[in-house]
Design a binder for this molecule. Structure first.
Ligand SMILES: O=P(O)(O)OC[C@@]1(O)O[C@H](CO)[C@@H](O)[C@@H]1O
Length: 391
């Protein structure tokens, strides 16, 4: 493998990571403070965090924090006292969400314990007309052949990561503003060869990304594979607490399930199938503490590795999971995806729309065409996507 390139920091003014730390995080604090009628104590804590993010340095967690030791191991000991923009971007973002939850009292006994500050926005998306339309589209799906259904549901899950369109039957044939193909890499044939209709696949792990209009198509894909006997069991990995605004937690899985089961037609049948699979154990939901770790998956603890090791394939959804899978580094785009994911326990698939700079596994011609048409915008605009598989 080539020399390992540097980790992405948030220290370049004008860069996307810098804008996330200096503009997006303050905006999220303001949005959260309007989501609920937090009292003076919580508001003061949110104001202090805002001050900290805009002018200050990284503060350690308080001495009585339940997870202080874990965070020290994850890097807080080394990074405390340094500016937010000078530490790995992935680390700074993850720590921000941990601090935000502390500010709203998520971990403290009292009114706000366990209250997801992002839930109002998540529910609004789940209950939107767009979701109604996507669920109604399932009725037409039932008339398609199984390979067509496979493709539609995989693409629904893929483009659900952009949360704008559920069931594209021809996404790979469409075009983008630059005239380049939407999919920059497409190993879907390799993915389907692991999930053959003969039903030999023992276990699918799906590491979810966002709740709402991404989680719904993820659940539909799982339901399809289970009901067709294409996998015997599935485990859905979600976040252990609210994270990156819209990331899915166990509560979001239940909300999505409620949404499906209160729909009509095929959508309801999918919801019932998922309910049955949860009830009899063919489907399980996990929320490991490492799901919100500020670290690449290469550093996952042994018990988490053990969750993925028996899987026929682990599918990782979304941009953040991709950053954690390959390491949030300035890889040359032609770096081998197989090499950088060789550490992962078992076959692994990335299903992601491109929303940050990190990319591996492109062929040189594809990279040249994308850059000629769009400069570097293809990396972050969310108009491109990939399906990459390491068997
Ligand atoms: O994981 P997701 O939902 O696909 O994307 C997460 C994301 O919006 O958050 C980060 C910026 O904060 C970027 O990595 C990425 O664009």
């Amino acid at each position: 493998m080539q020399d390992t390139p540097p980790v992405i920091l948030g220290d370049e003014p004008g860069s996307f990571p810098y804008s996330v730390l200096t503009e997006r995080h303050p905006a999220i604090i303001r949005q959260v403070s309007e989501a609920f009628p937090y009292g003076p104590e919580r508001r003061a804590a949110l104001d202090a965090l805002l001050d900290d993010c805009t002018k200050g340095v990284i503060e350690p967690l308080p001495a009585d924090a339940h997870d202080r030791d874990r965070w020290r191991e994850w890097g807080a000991a080394a990074y405390a006292g340094r500016p937010w923009t000078d530490v790995p971007w992935l680390w700074a973002e993850s720590y921000f969400y941990r601090r935000l939850l502390a500010a709203v009292g998520y971990f403290t006994p009292g009114t706000w314990q366990g209250v997801d500050p992002f839930r109002p926005a998540k529910l609004a998306e789940l209950d939107s007309e767009e979701t109604d339309e996507e669920l109604a589209a399932l009725d037409d799906l039932a008339d398609l052949s199984e390979p067509e259904q496979d493709r539609a549901l995989l693409h629904g899950s893929l483009w659900g990561n952009r949360a704008d369109l559920g069931f594209r039957l021809s996404a790979a044939d469409g075009t983008t503003p630059g005239g380049t193909p939407p999919l920059v890499a497409d190993d879907s044939a390799a993915l389907w060869s692991l999930l053959r209709p003969t039903g030999t696949a023992e276990l699918l792990c799906l590491v979810a990304d966002n709740a709402g209009r991404e989680l719904i198509p993820d659940l539909l894909l799982i339901a399809h594979l289970l009901t067709r006997g294409r996998v015997q069991r599935a485990v859905l990995h979600v976040k252990s607490y609210p994270y990156f605004v819209s990331d899915a937690t166990p509560a979001d899985v239940l909300d999505a399930l409620r949404r499906l089961r209160s729909a009509q037609g095929e959508a309801r049948a999918y919801g019932d199938a998922l309910w049955a699979a949860l009830t009899d154990g063919r489907l399980a939901v996990r929320a490991h503490p490492f799901s919100c770790a500020p670290l690449p998956y290469e550093r996952m603890p042994d018990d988490f590795r053990g969750e993925f090791a028996p899987a026929t394939v682990t599918v990782l959804k979304g941009d953040l999971n991709y950053r954690r899978l390959v390491g949030d580094r300035k890889w040359p785009p032609t770096t081998s995806f197989a090499d950088v994911t060789a550490y992962f326990p078992g076959p692994v698939a990335a299903v992601r729309t491109l929303k940050s700079e990190v990319i591996t596994g492109l062929d040189a011609g594809t990279e040249a065409a994308l850059t000629a048409a769009e400069d570097q915008r293809w990396r972050t605009s969310g108009t491109h996507a990939l399906i990459q598989v390491r068997r």
